[in-house]
Design a binder for this molecule. Structure first.
Ligand code: SAM
Ligand code: SF4
Length: 458
């Protein structure tokens, strides 16, 4: 139990939320001003922001996180797509369409089918994937996972391929994480779903019901050498203030213990799912989700934040402004679902636009889509990337890399409309590359991309 307390101290979290109810305007403004220094916030300060209900103060919060986001991540939104490999699962998670009680036919992709799906995803313009598996120690064993990763990296379509594979598999052993590391994964992502132990145990049956196994999975992954790990809460399962404070607490624990916080934080909200009939007492509305995003951005400024196609386009657009740095587009949540009739889905999605439509709306926001995978391929991971982020030097690399990878998208996949707008936005941000040498090299590389060269990065 003490071990758990080092990560999430439930009593302390409840105490903080109780103690700092109805914070004064001055207290909140002081915290927001501290946030602008981009050094993060204490747990107490995060509790105070979570307890802030005054709409005008929450609007100030949004302005603060918007500024922090702009300073650290600039205009870039990084894109990925989920790829579901198998919906065989031995767990009974109350919220998930793949729960073991669901008697619909299951599907596990053969390696040939993996190749087909990956070709479809490459053909949509994607360069990074997040692999998703149900938990099944036999059917979805680690050897299958590794074979899938190898197949993804080896699949080519014309001049293009997937350049970064992130993985979301059930909590596992150090030995298995070492295998993932050897297979060259980018981020290992795993959500705690809810940090509230009693609720967690109530909502899960099967091996995933082991709260500690889930909570310390990232520790094991880091010990196995994976230094980019992703955390998340499934909002709706328990009180959002508790879970957000616990998430920040988990993040601080990792940073203190290993010198690296999480690479990403995800903020999924529960969505309706086939055969799931869960009565939720803690659903959060769109404004509360934006408040959470804003607080996380201020509290943990240097961690990437992910919003997926679970959410509507309009909400996603607001999230990009005030904190989110990574997103998915044109996703499906069933194995083999790309380009085919959707089989058993994990849950239903609220953004069903194609990639080109999503690109268009990002450009309309004056943001630039990035398909960059350079950091992980040049070993800028873990502590190295954090150092670069904190020095502000990352813009010198990320801005050109976003421009170059988006230029590839424009050359290979964009509609005429997106191409026209895309070039305008690229030209705007080329002006913001202030290092002359890098700017000239970027211009040169843009020409090389027009001449069919690919995968040029800093
Ligand atoms: N089986 C692995 C696991 O449970 O960690 C892989 C993850 S699962 C494919 C990805 C995530 O989807 C889960 O961690 C959960 O948070 C989320 N999820 C499950 N059911 C959902 C629902 N109904 N609405 C939104 N997200 C859901
Ligand atoms: Fe299985 Fe993951 Fe769904 Fe739980 S959330 S039923 S472990 S796929």
């Amino acid at each position: 139990m003490n071990k758990i307390k080092n990560v999430v101290n439930e009593e302390l979290i409840f105490d903080i939320l109780e103690k700092y109810k109805n914070p004064s305007k001055d207290t909140v403004i002081n915290i927001l001003n501290k946030g602008l220094k981009k050094k993060g916030l204490s747990i107490e300060e995060v509790g105070i922001l979570l307890n802030t209900e005054d709409i005008s103060l929450i609007q100030k919060m949004f302005q603060t996180s918007k500024q922090i986001k702009k300073e650290i991540y600039g205009e870039r939104i990084v894109f990925f797509a989920p790829l579901y490999l198998s919906n065989y699962c031995i767990n009974d998670c109350e919220y998930c369409g793949f729960h073991i009680r669901n008697s619909e036919k299951r599907k596990k992709l053969s390696l040939k089918e993996v190749e087909e799906q990956v070709k479809i995803l490459i053909g949509m313009g994607h360069k990074r994937l997040l692999l998703e598996f149900g938990e099944h120690p036999e059917i979805n064993n680690i050897n299958y996972v590794i074979d899938v990763i190898k197949t993804v990296y080896n699949t080519k379509l014309n001049n293009n391929k997937i350049r970064r594979v992130n993985v979301n598999i059930a909590a596992t052993s150090i030995e298995n994480y070492k295998k993932l590391k050897c297979a060259n994964i980018g981020t290992y992502q795993l959500f705690q779903e809810t940090y509230h132990k009693k609720t967690y145990e109530y909502l899960h049956k099967g091996p995933k019901s082991d709260y500690e196994r889930q909570l310390f999975a990232h520790d094991r992954a880091i010990k196995a050498g994976i230094d980019d790990v992703g955390l998340g809460v499934l909002y709706g399962l328990y009180n959002y203030k508790f879970d957000t404070l616990a998430l920040v607490s988990h993040s601080k624990y990792l940073e203190k213990k290993y010198g690296i916080g999480p690479h990403t934080i995800s903020v999924p909200r529960f969505q309706p799912a086939p055969t799931v009939d869960l009565k939720l007492n803690y659903t959060i509305n769109e404004f509360q989700l934006l408040k959470i995003i804003s607080i996380i951005r201020i509290a943990i400024p240097y961690t990437g934040m992910i919003i997926t196609t679970r959410e509507k386009p309009e909400l996603r657009a607001k999230a990009f402004e005030i904190g989110v740095s990574q997103t998915s587009a044109a996703s499906v949540t069933s194995p083999g679902g790309y380009g085919k009739e959707k089989m058993l889905q994990q849950f239903f999605l609220q953004d069903n636009r194609n990639v080109d439509e999503v690109m268009n709306s990002i450009l309309q926001q004056n943001l630039i889509p990035s398909f960059c995978t350079a950091c992980y391929r040049t070993n800028r991971t873990g502590k190295t990337i954090m150092k670069l982020l904190k020095s502000g030097k990352i813009h010198e690399l990320c801005r050109p890399n976003a421009i170059l990878t988006f230029k590839e998208y424009l050359e290979d996949y964009a509609s005429t409309k997106v191409k026209k707008l895309g070039i305008k936005v690229i030209n705007k941000y080329l002006k913001k590359i202030f290092n002359k040498k890098i700017k000239n090299e970027t211009l040169h590389r843009l020409k090389r991309i027009e001449n069919s060269e690919r995968d040029l990065y800093f």
